[in-house]
Design a protein around this ligand. Sequence first.
Ligand SMILES: Cc1cc2nc3c(=O)[nH]c(=O)nc-3n(C[C@H](O)[C@H](O)[C@H](O)COP(=O)(O)O)c2cc1C
Length: 195
Amino acid sequence: MHVLTVLDHPNPKSFSAAAAGAFMRGATDAGHTTELADLNTESFSPLWSMADIGDDTPPDVAREQDRIARADAICLVFPLFWWGMPSMTKGWVDRTFRWGWAHDQLDNPEQSLLRPRTGVLLVPAGARSDEIQTEGYLDALETAWTKGTFGFFGFSPRKLELLYGSTGSDARRAALLEQAFQCGLTLPSPDNPRA
Ligand SMILES: Cc1cc2nc3c(=O)[nH]c(=O)nc-3n(C[C@H](O)[C@H](O)[C@H](O)COP(=O)(O)O)c2cc1C
């Protein structure tokens, strides 16, 4: 498969960047080709503006759509910010998966105009797993992202892989990087309900 990793972090030495690297090494070891979209280094503009309204696709968005078109699997790597996406990732999602290109209706999150692609949200989070689960944050994220958003983009199968406790000890972070590596190594093929 061809695997696109979309990284959102301005610091190349960040844990998120290390997680993206570990995921890509796992995907490479599994025999996949890989491609990195490093949104901050590339200065992608996340601002949804008048240029995004209308029939014409802005050139910077068309470039991201070309990346998606050649990918069989997509992994978004971004740190969890206030139980949501940082603005760069949010803007990349908002601008790239355009109405009429990715989706044309809002009734059924299992339907997309795009072919099925394996989708992974690989998300470092400072909080502990028990806190995220007992407070209901995990259910909220699964509902908003896994159920309510990424089906419209053709992500199938799709999963949210949280890297809990990402600001913890070196040993903790090493275990999380192994989790990211395994995620790349065991990436499933896209579902193909249209075959
Ligand atoms: C603005 C901001 C908001 C954050 N919000 C959350 C949050 O809601 N839940 C959480 O578990 N961690 C939160 N964190 C912690 C980050 O997820 C954590 O610092 C990050 O995963 C560490 O990875 P990094 O070194 O790549 O930045 C937040 C951090 C920042 C800077």
